[in-house]
Design a protein around this ligand. Structure first.
Ligand SMILES: CC(C)(COP(=O)(O)OP(=O)(O)OC[C@H]1O[C@@H](n2cnc3c(N)ncnc32)[C@H](O)[C@@H]1OP(=O)(O)O)[C@@H](O)C(=O)NCCC(=O)NCCS
Length: 151
């Protein structure tokens, strides 16, 4: 069974293992994950398959801002192309919307075909680039999506 839920403090080791499997540069440290798990302006969503952590997404909020930011998304290699990434993004959008946000933004490496394709397919618009954004000097594409307005 597949679920998406907020991460628990006990997920720390599995989140770190996922991070180290999925990223070569710009990895979040154990300390960063510990902080994200308790930070009031962060939400860590995890997807589990039969209770095993298969993917994670970090959503950041800023006080007095209607823009939420997807800070990280990763799915373990053996579970990719099953829609987990898309489901995590949809859950993040729903959470951002219920938290009063009007827009979601994120940055993706320009050479990350899978991730750029995922966000384009989910209705995000590329609205700029940030050069030298990553540790190795790579450029980021900036994506955003307006969330449905409910008032
Ligand atoms: C990006 C990522 C989270 C997507 O997770 P996922 O669970 O595989 O996503 P989904 O199954 O919802 O969608 C995958 C889709 O991406 C697209 N895709 C995958 N690899 C691709 C590639 N090399 N080129 C173009 N599109 C690609 C396809 O459209 C694919 O759908 P399909 O397999 O049905 O054709 C995952 O690839 C990942 O963890 N990558 C490593 C970490 C990372 O790069 N994170 C993003 C940082 S911004």
């Amino acid at each position: 069974m597949r679920t998406i839920q907020p991460a628990q403090p006990g997920d720390l080791d599995a989140l770190l293992a996922l991070e180290n499997t999925c990223f070569v540069t710009d990895r979040l440290s154990r300390r960063s994950w510990q902080h994200l798990l308790v930070r009031p302006t962060a939400a860590v969503l995890v997807s589990r398959i039969d209770d095993v952590l298969a993917g994670a997404l970090v959503l950041l909020f800023r006080r007095r801002s209607h823009i939420a930011r997807i800070y990280s998304i990763a799915v373990s290699p053996q579970h990719r192309s099953k829609g987990i990434g898309q489901a995590l993004v949809a859950a993040a959008e729903a959470l951002a919307q219920t938290s009063g946000c009007r827009r979601i933004r994120l940055e993706v490496r320009e050479d990350n075909a899978a991730s750029n394709a995922l966000f384009a397919r989910m209705g995000y618009t590329a609205f700029g680039e940030a050069s030298l954004y990553y540790e190795d000097g790579a450029t980021a594409i900036r994506w955003q999506k307006a969330l449905p307005h409910t008032e």
